[in-house]
Write a protein that binds this ligand. Sequence first.
Ligand SMILES: NC(=O)c1ccc[n+]([C@@H]2O[C@H](COP(=O)([O-])OP(=O)(O)OC[C@H]3O[C@@H](n4cnc5c(N)ncnc54)[C@H](OP(=O)(O)O)[C@@H]3O)[C@@H](O)[C@H]2O)c1
Length: 329
Amino acid sequence: MQVAVVGATGLVGSMMLKVLEERNFPVDDLILVASEKSVGKEITFKNKTYKVISAADAIAKKPAIALFSAGGASSLELAPKFAEVGTTVIDNSSAWRMDVTKKLIVPEVNAHVLTKQDKIIANPNCSTIQMVVVLNPLHKKYKIKRVVVSTYQSVTGTGVKAVTQLMNERKGISGEMAYKYPIDLNVIPQIDVFLDNGYTKEEMKMVNETKKIMSDGSIALTATTVRIPVMGGHSEAVNIEFSIDFDVEEVKNILHNTKGVIVMDDITKQIYPMPMHAHNKDEVFVGRIRRDESQPKTLNLWVVADNLRKGAATNAVQIAEYLLEKNLM
Ligand SMILES: NC(=O)c1ccc[n+]([C@@H]2O[C@H](COP(=O)([O-])OP(=O)(O)OC[C@H]3O[C@@H](n4cnc5c(N)ncnc54)[C@H](OP(=O)(O)O)[C@@H]3O)[C@@H](O)[C@H]2O)c1
């Protein structure tokens, strides 16, 4: 199978290549695309060297599948051109997520809605993916009324430029800034741009994408998204109010039996997930599972995942695996 990776030189693109290789996805021919400045650059995949080519040359090759992580503008321009030649596009940007004609997929939650007609499939925002993997089985059992989430997000979520900013600051070098403010020894309560309602775009992505993925517009959700000087993954403090009451041990059991979730929760041994545990792992980690004592039927938990893996590359490759397994391409 011909597989294209668009944005192959970026943080997510590089991780996609790693995940495709690790999971032994059946790649017969790999097509690598990045911006014009990277055309000709060499990248090794499964001990073979490939050259980055232009998007136009890649489209001419009519790949079966294209994994996109090249930003929203490139996706809006290029994804329809790939789809037109029969390629199934799985896109990591926010370009298509809220388009009513496009599916927004987290395989553990809603892969079953995919059909052969879906030629552009959207991968959700990284913070949303790790949260819905945990919310979904609990929603099925106790019906969620409202979620309050605060995030602690890794600089890798912003791409290569932000990692360089953090590393430069640690070495005392001045260089290009991905953020308006220093990130080392700091916390920035802004991810993406501010909207008219006073929330950031990232916060509203969590609100709107959650409802779409879980097919339930009645779930109330409010988010505060925050960037911290961490590399291994995103963490989230999640407060969930249910319609019916729960037993904490039963919640732990449900999560323990949920595909893609690892429960790390033993406060007697100070065991709880941190980005250092999630880093380079494909699963979503959950801990600090406890009742909110301030109001009934409400749970607090702590969710951590590697944003470049489950939050981006792994989720996209899992969608591709599902399409292949169900013969939907
Ligand atoms: N980082 C995350 O955790 C995360 C999670 C979910 C989704 N995403 C989304 O994934 C996308 C990429 O993120 P990233 O963190 O990997 O960013 P990045 O490290 O800055 O990489 C961006 C990639 O896009 C390529 N690109 C830029 N303009 C292009 C064009 N016109 N045509 C083709 N390729 C082009 C770049 O190529 P050059 O090297 O040639 O410039 C590079 O390969 C973004 O849409 C982001 O929102 C990121």
